[in-house]
Design a protein. Structure first.
Length: 262
Protein backbone atom coordinates (compact mmCIF):
# COMPACT_ATOMS: atom_id res chain seq x y z
CA UNK A 1 0.00 0.00 0.00
CA UNK A 2 1.11 3.54 -0.76
CA UNK A 3 2.76 5.36 2.11
CA UNK A 4 0.94 8.49 3.25
CA UNK A 5 3.02 11.08 5.12
CA UNK A 6 1.01 13.32 7.42
CA UNK A 7 2.05 15.78 10.10
CA UNK A 8 0.99 14.79 13.64
CA UNK A 9 -1.88 16.66 15.25
CA UNK A 10 -2.58 17.61 18.87
CA UNK A 11 -6.08 16.16 19.19
CA UNK A 12 -5.09 13.59 21.80
CA UNK A 13 -4.09 16.43 24.11
CA UNK A 14 -7.31 18.29 23.29
CA UNK A 15 -9.33 15.13 23.95
CA UNK A 16 -7.95 14.93 27.50
CA UNK A 17 -9.56 18.26 28.37
CA UNK A 18 -13.03 16.71 28.17
CA UNK A 19 -14.83 13.99 30.06
CA UNK A 20 -14.92 10.89 27.86
CA UNK A 21 -17.29 7.90 27.89
CA UNK A 22 -16.53 4.56 26.25
CA UNK A 23 -18.50 3.47 23.21
CA UNK A 24 -21.13 0.78 23.83
CA UNK A 25 -19.78 -1.14 20.79
CA UNK A 26 -17.01 -0.71 18.20
CA UNK A 27 -17.40 2.13 15.69
CA UNK A 28 -15.79 1.98 12.24
CA UNK A 29 -15.59 5.13 10.09
CA UNK A 30 -15.31 3.82 6.55
CA UNK A 31 -14.96 6.12 3.57
CA UNK A 32 -14.19 6.56 -0.07
CA UNK A 33 -10.60 7.91 -0.02
CA UNK A 34 -10.47 11.72 -0.38
CA UNK A 35 -14.04 12.17 0.87
CA UNK A 36 -13.22 13.97 4.12
CA UNK A 37 -11.96 10.94 6.02
CA UNK A 38 -9.73 12.93 8.36
CA UNK A 39 -12.42 15.52 9.05
CA UNK A 40 -14.94 12.94 10.25
CA UNK A 41 -12.27 10.96 12.09
CA UNK A 42 -10.96 14.01 13.92
CA UNK A 43 -14.43 15.12 14.98
CA UNK A 44 -15.30 11.70 16.38
CA UNK A 45 -11.94 11.41 18.14
CA UNK A 46 -13.14 14.18 20.45
CA UNK A 47 -15.95 11.96 21.76
CA UNK A 48 -14.07 8.72 22.53
CA UNK A 49 -11.33 8.08 25.11
CA UNK A 50 -7.87 8.23 23.52
CA UNK A 51 -7.05 4.73 24.74
CA UNK A 52 -9.97 3.46 22.64
CA UNK A 53 -8.70 5.02 19.39
CA UNK A 54 -7.35 2.37 17.02
CA UNK A 55 -4.26 4.18 15.76
CA UNK A 56 -2.24 1.32 14.32
CA UNK A 57 -3.37 1.85 10.73
CA UNK A 58 -6.12 2.93 8.36
CA UNK A 59 -7.95 -0.38 7.94
CA UNK A 60 -8.09 -1.54 4.32
CA UNK A 61 -8.63 -4.80 2.48
CA UNK A 62 -4.89 -5.43 2.27
CA UNK A 63 -4.38 -5.29 6.05
CA UNK A 64 -7.81 -6.46 7.26
CA UNK A 65 -6.63 -9.76 8.70
CA UNK A 66 -3.78 -8.04 10.52
CA UNK A 67 -6.01 -5.41 12.14
CA UNK A 68 -9.42 -7.11 12.40
CA UNK A 69 -9.10 -7.11 16.20
CA UNK A 70 -10.20 -3.45 16.05
CA UNK A 71 -13.73 -4.75 15.53
CA UNK A 72 -13.85 -7.09 18.55
CA UNK A 73 -17.09 -6.41 20.47
CA UNK A 74 -15.30 -6.24 23.81
CA UNK A 75 -12.73 -3.73 22.50
CA UNK A 76 -15.32 -0.99 21.87
CA UNK A 77 -12.82 0.89 19.76
CA UNK A 78 -13.09 3.78 17.34
CA UNK A 79 -11.37 2.82 14.09
CA UNK A 80 -11.25 4.22 10.57
CA UNK A 81 -10.24 3.19 7.09
CA UNK A 82 -11.04 2.60 3.44
CA UNK A 83 -12.36 -0.95 3.55
CA UNK A 84 -13.72 -2.55 0.40
CA UNK A 85 -16.92 -4.55 0.73
CA UNK A 86 -16.49 -8.29 0.45
CA UNK A 87 -17.38 -11.43 2.38
CA UNK A 88 -14.45 -11.17 4.79
CA UNK A 89 -14.85 -7.44 5.40
CA UNK A 90 -18.59 -7.82 6.06
CA UNK A 91 -17.93 -10.63 8.54
CA UNK A 92 -14.96 -9.07 10.35
CA UNK A 93 -16.56 -5.62 10.64
CA UNK A 94 -19.89 -7.15 11.62
CA UNK A 95 -19.69 -6.30 15.36
CA UNK A 96 -19.06 -2.60 14.67
CA UNK A 97 -21.37 0.26 13.89
CA UNK A 98 -20.37 1.48 10.44
CA UNK A 99 -20.45 4.98 8.98
CA UNK A 100 -19.86 5.26 5.22
CA UNK A 101 -18.53 8.70 4.22
CA UNK A 102 -18.99 9.82 0.62
CA UNK A 103 -18.43 12.95 -1.42
CA UNK A 104 -19.86 14.39 -4.63
CA UNK A 105 -17.94 12.55 -7.38
CA UNK A 106 -17.49 15.84 -9.27
CA UNK A 107 -15.45 17.45 -6.48
CA UNK A 108 -13.92 14.12 -5.42
CA UNK A 109 -12.04 13.95 -8.74
CA UNK A 110 -10.36 17.29 -8.04
CA UNK A 111 -9.52 16.43 -4.42
CA UNK A 112 -7.94 13.17 -5.55
CA UNK A 113 -5.85 14.99 -8.17
CA UNK A 114 -4.53 17.48 -5.61
CA UNK A 115 -3.58 14.69 -3.24
CA UNK A 116 -1.81 12.61 -5.88
CA UNK A 117 0.38 15.59 -6.71
CA UNK A 118 1.26 16.36 -3.09
CA UNK A 119 4.35 15.35 -1.13
CA UNK A 120 2.03 13.67 1.38
CA UNK A 121 1.14 11.04 -1.25
CA UNK A 122 4.22 8.85 -1.16
CA UNK A 123 4.20 6.86 -4.42
CA UNK A 124 6.79 8.69 -6.50
CA UNK A 125 6.74 5.96 -9.15
CA UNK A 126 3.49 7.34 -10.59
CA UNK A 127 4.01 9.56 -13.60
CA UNK A 128 1.39 11.99 -12.28
CA UNK A 129 4.08 13.20 -9.87
CA UNK A 130 6.60 14.32 -12.49
CA UNK A 131 4.66 17.35 -13.72
CA UNK A 132 4.64 16.29 -17.39
CA UNK A 133 0.92 15.49 -17.64
CA UNK A 134 -1.58 18.11 -18.66
CA UNK A 135 -4.23 18.94 -16.08
CA UNK A 136 -6.95 17.46 -18.29
CA UNK A 137 -5.04 14.17 -18.62
CA UNK A 138 -4.49 14.06 -14.87
CA UNK A 139 -8.20 14.56 -14.22
CA UNK A 140 -9.08 11.77 -16.64
CA UNK A 141 -6.71 9.45 -14.78
CA UNK A 142 -8.44 10.30 -11.52
CA UNK A 143 -11.72 9.27 -13.15
CA UNK A 144 -10.60 6.13 -15.00
CA UNK A 145 -7.80 5.08 -12.64
CA UNK A 146 -4.18 4.21 -13.35
CA UNK A 147 -3.79 0.72 -14.74
CA UNK A 148 -2.45 -1.65 -12.10
CA UNK A 149 -1.83 1.15 -9.60
CA UNK A 150 -4.96 3.12 -8.73
CA UNK A 151 -8.63 2.16 -8.83
CA UNK A 152 -11.15 4.00 -10.96
CA UNK A 153 -13.78 6.34 -9.56
CA UNK A 154 -16.48 3.80 -10.34
CA UNK A 155 -14.73 0.95 -8.51
CA UNK A 156 -13.81 3.02 -5.47
CA UNK A 157 -17.34 4.30 -4.98
CA UNK A 158 -18.85 0.90 -5.78
CA UNK A 159 -16.82 -1.13 -3.29
CA UNK A 160 -16.07 1.46 -0.59
CA UNK A 161 -19.56 2.92 -0.43
CA UNK A 162 -22.42 1.60 -2.55
CA UNK A 163 -21.86 -2.08 -1.75
CA UNK A 164 -22.07 -1.32 1.99
CA UNK A 165 -25.41 0.46 1.70
CA UNK A 166 -28.59 -1.43 2.45
CA UNK A 167 -26.76 -3.41 5.11
CA UNK A 168 -26.16 -2.12 8.63
CA UNK A 169 -24.09 0.86 7.50
CA UNK A 170 -25.16 4.52 7.58
CA UNK A 171 -24.13 6.90 4.80
CA UNK A 172 -22.91 10.41 5.62
CA UNK A 173 -22.12 13.03 2.98
CA UNK A 174 -19.04 15.23 3.27
CA UNK A 175 -20.94 18.28 2.04
CA UNK A 176 -23.54 17.89 4.79
CA UNK A 177 -20.79 17.93 7.40
CA UNK A 178 -19.37 21.13 5.89
CA UNK A 179 -22.78 22.80 5.83
CA UNK A 180 -23.37 21.97 9.49
CA UNK A 181 -19.91 23.23 10.45
CA UNK A 182 -20.47 26.49 8.60
CA UNK A 183 -23.50 27.32 10.78
CA UNK A 184 -22.72 25.30 13.90
CA UNK A 185 -25.00 27.31 16.19
CA UNK A 186 -28.09 26.67 14.08
CA UNK A 187 -30.89 24.24 14.81
CA UNK A 188 -30.14 22.50 11.52
CA UNK A 189 -26.54 21.85 12.55
CA UNK A 190 -27.68 20.55 15.92
CA UNK A 191 -30.11 18.15 14.26
CA UNK A 192 -27.40 16.95 11.87
CA UNK A 193 -24.78 16.28 14.53
CA UNK A 194 -27.19 14.74 17.04
CA UNK A 195 -28.25 12.26 14.35
CA UNK A 196 -24.61 11.60 13.46
CA UNK A 197 -23.74 10.90 17.09
CA UNK A 198 -26.75 8.61 17.41
CA UNK A 199 -25.76 6.76 14.23
CA UNK A 200 -22.25 6.41 15.68
CA UNK A 201 -23.76 4.90 18.81
CA UNK A 202 -22.41 7.32 21.39
CA UNK A 203 -23.50 6.25 24.86
CA UNK A 204 -24.15 9.87 25.79
CA UNK A 205 -24.12 13.11 23.79
CA UNK A 206 -22.31 15.69 25.95
CA UNK A 207 -23.61 19.22 26.40
CA UNK A 208 -20.30 20.61 25.14
CA UNK A 209 -20.54 18.79 21.80
CA UNK A 210 -20.21 22.00 19.79
CA UNK A 211 -16.87 22.86 21.37
CA UNK A 212 -15.58 19.36 20.69
CA UNK A 213 -16.74 19.55 17.07
CA UNK A 214 -15.01 22.91 16.61
CA UNK A 215 -11.71 21.51 17.86
CA UNK A 216 -11.93 18.29 15.89
CA UNK A 217 -12.88 20.07 12.66
CA UNK A 218 -10.05 22.63 12.85
CA UNK A 219 -8.37 22.41 9.44
CA UNK A 220 -4.98 23.04 11.04
CA UNK A 221 -5.35 19.60 12.66
CA UNK A 222 -5.81 17.84 9.30
CA UNK A 223 -2.74 16.91 7.31
CA UNK A 224 -4.87 16.32 4.23
CA UNK A 225 -6.71 19.65 4.18
CA UNK A 226 -6.09 21.38 0.85
CA UNK A 227 -4.01 24.22 2.31
CA UNK A 228 -1.84 21.75 4.26
CA UNK A 229 -0.74 19.73 1.23
CA UNK A 230 2.70 20.66 -0.07
CA UNK A 231 4.59 20.85 -3.37
CA UNK A 232 1.60 21.10 -5.67
CA UNK A 233 3.28 22.13 -8.90
CA UNK A 234 0.14 21.92 -11.06
CA UNK A 235 -2.83 24.21 -10.58
CA UNK A 236 -5.98 22.12 -10.20
CA UNK A 237 -9.24 23.90 -11.12
CA UNK A 238 -11.98 24.41 -8.54
CA UNK A 239 -14.63 22.81 -10.76
CA UNK A 240 -14.81 20.21 -13.51
CA UNK A 241 -15.73 21.33 -17.00
CA UNK A 242 -19.08 20.24 -18.42
CA UNK A 243 -17.24 17.72 -20.58
CA UNK A 244 -15.44 16.24 -17.56
CA UNK A 245 -18.71 16.01 -15.62
CA UNK A 246 -20.18 14.14 -18.57
CA UNK A 247 -17.25 11.72 -18.45
CA UNK A 248 -17.89 11.07 -14.75
CA UNK A 249 -21.54 10.39 -15.53
CA UNK A 250 -20.54 8.07 -18.37
CA UNK A 251 -18.17 6.03 -16.22
CA UNK A 252 -20.53 5.79 -13.23
CA UNK A 253 -24.10 6.33 -14.47
CA UNK A 254 -26.60 6.87 -11.69
CA UNK A 255 -23.94 7.21 -8.99
CA UNK A 256 -24.58 10.85 -8.08
CA UNK A 257 -28.32 10.24 -7.98
CA UNK A 258 -27.88 7.21 -5.73
CA UNK A 259 -25.76 9.28 -3.34
CA UNK A 260 -28.29 12.13 -3.30
CA UNK A 261 -26.42 14.66 -5.41
CA UNK A 262 -29.11 14.96 -8.12
Amino acid sequence: MTQIRLKPDTLDEENAKFEQVRLPQPLFLNSVPKSGSHLLRNIMRMFVPVEDHFKEQFIQWGNLQQYKHAFRPEAKMLSWGHLLFSDASAVEAGPARKIILVRDPYTWVLARARFFLSDEFGDNSLLVKNGELTVDSLINLMIFGIHGKAMSLRDLFSYNAIAWLGSDATMVRYEDILAALKDLESDEAEAFFIKLFEDCGLARIPDDWRERVRIGSDRKQSGTARENLTAQEVSIPRELTDAQKAIVDYTAPGLRKLLGYE
